[in-house]
Design a protein around this ligand. Structure first.
Ligand code: NAI
Ligand code: MG
Length: 478
């Protein structure tokens, strides 16, 4: 089946004003770093340098934590919840007003399609601020006791796959609960966090309530180890999550970790087939597969395997890979050359271990970091591509015969973040959901997010919940 031809339909980048260099956002203003070297952030679809960004060293992190402590003691914690809510509502509205600009900036810095940043990421960012704004004056109903208190200064470290959405997941509940924050965005995607700093200024947020320190692992480590940080919130690799858990062990710091996944997406023979194919595609190719809860392990009931695979391949042949700013693009650029190398390596291992690799014919741009949508069949549970997080547009397909076998295979993983079930039978959905060791179980849908719904993992996928009332508890002392 051939693709429809479309004329290019690029979103204009004229709406964003990217500065040539950025300082750190500390105590309400942009300041120069004192002990780090500046680094560059590039557009992964063109390798064009977008801006130079400051690296915060330990002395800068210390300045940011001091500003956050002072704002906590003097302004933010003593403020009435209804007044904190006003700032959060104001921030939410500013995000909506600037949503087109933020979507373009996110797609430029991260590589994700504008269709996703415009229709998913940024609307969810605003929704998170609106949702937690509503909680700020109702904390006694959050389930953390009659008079819950904020923890203090939160050190928050986020990844590059949903840069601004992860910022919202971290900052909105922390501020609603009366904490102040020092947030470190990922080194490859700092620009929307820096735009958020400007939004804090626009909203007249008191200085020091939000501080943004840019940098890589060294900056993150300084933040985690700072003695005056009361709470550490991290989203990223299981490896760094482990290091953080070790670094804070024995201290009074509270921790939440949201780590990797290898989710089973389970298709039964009675599943509505068209909807299921869309769900499989969305499950693994949304955001180039850079999704911790991606449906990267497809489990298909043997009786419908041939039909599902044939239809899936046909659908994959229609996916458009290319310019993230083009409104017709389905799959954008891989976020960094390091991530591309990891995806290539694990895919090569899949072939070496004997699985069969398939991608539709697709022309990849010459510049930038790209990987075609890929499916592996003939995969066994022991294969590394069935066990390790690839974090790219690569699907591993396995089969099962009975529901019990599906459960056993789905749970046979060190992770436990999410799972999907496709079936016509409500009773089977409920039975499966009870058996699956996963924090989120989607039924006849996938990758659906809502600020009111808690999200988080079992086992090596981490601990603690974000979103909903549960997300507030992580920022309140009982
Ligand atoms: P990473 O875990 O190294 O990076 C995540 C964040 O942690 C970044 O802001 C980074 O600067 C920071 N960081 C790195 N080392 C740190 C340290 N020692 N102390 C404190 N902060 C530190 O993830 P990376 O290397 O970008 O990706 C590697 C793999 O991790 C991916 O291929 C994917 O499998 C997984 N990953 C999972 C994510 C998720 O959403 N659960 C997000 C990003 C990556
Ligand atoms: Mg790293």
């Amino acid at each position: 089946m051939s693709r429809f031809e479309y004329a290019p339909a690029p979103e204009s980048r004229a709406i964003v004003d990217i500065k040539s260099s950025y300082g750190l956002f500390i105590n309400g203003g942009f300041v120069e770093a004192t002990d780090g070297k500046p680094f560059k952030t590039v557009s992964p679809s063109s390798e064009e340098v977008l801006a130079e960004v400051s690296e915060a060293g330990p002395a800068d992190v210390d300045r940011a934590v001091r500003a956050a402590r002072k704002a906590f003691d003097k302004v933010w914690a003593p403020m009435a919840g209804r007044d904190r809510a006003k700032y959060l509502f104001r921030i939410a509205r500013l995000i909506q007003e600037r949503s087109r600009e933020l979507a373009v900036l996110e797609s430029l810095d991260n590589g994700k399609p504008i269709r996703e940043s415009r229709d998913v990421d940024i609307p969810l960012v605003a929704a998170h601020f609106f949702y937690y704004a509503g909680w700020a004056d109702k904390l006694e109903y959050a389930g953390a006791g009659e008079d819950p208190q904020p923890l203090g200064v939160a050190g928050q470290i986020i990844p590059w796959n949903f840069p601004m959405l992860m910022l919202a997941w971290k900052i909105a509940p922390a501020l609603a609960a009366g904490n102040t924050v020092v947030l470190k965005p990922a080194e490859t995607t700092p620009l929307t966090a820096l735009a958020f700093a400007e939004i804090c200024q626009q909203a007249d947020l008191p200085p020091g309530v939000v501080n943004i320190v840019t940098g890589a692992g060294r900056t993150g480590q300084a933040l985690v180890e700072h003695p005056d940080v009361d709470k550490v919130a991290f989203t990223g690799s299981t490896e760094v999550g482990r290091a953080i858990a070790k670094a804070v062990a024995g201290s009074d710091k509270k921790v939440t970790l949201e780590l990797g996944g290898k989710a089973a997406n389970i298709v039964f023979e009675d599943a509505p087939i068209d909807q299921t194919i869309e769900g499989i595609v969305n499950g693994i190719f949304f955001n180039q597969g850079h999704v911790c809860c991606a449906g990267s392990r497809l489990l298909v009931q043997e009786s419908v395997y041939d039909e599902v695979l044939a239809r899936l391949k046909r659908r994959m042949s229609t996916l458009r890979v290319g310019d993230p700013l083009d409104k017709n693009t389905d799959i954008g650029a891989i976020n960094s050359s390091a991530q591309l190398a990891k995806i290539r390596e694990l895919s090569q291992i899949g072939e070496d271990e004997g699985a069969e690799r398939w991608s539709p014919e697709c022309e990849l741009p010459a510049e930038g970091y790209w990987f075609p949508p890929t499916v592996f069949t003939g995969v066994s549970q022991a294969h590394r591509i069935a066990r390790e997080e690839i974090f790219g547009p690569v699907l591993s397909v396995l089969t099962f015969r009975t529901p019990a076998e599906a459960v056993e295979k789905a749970n046979n993983t060190p992770f436990g973040l999410s799972a999907g079930i496709w079936t016509d039978k409500g009773s089977r959905i409920l039975w499966m959901a009870n058996q699956l060791r996963a924090g989120v179980v989607w039924a006849n849908t996938f990758n659906r997010f809502d600020p009111t719904s808690p999200f988080g993992g079992y086992k090596e996928s981490g601990y603690g919940r974000e979103g909903g009332r549960h997300g507030l508890e992580a920022y309140l002392a009982h």
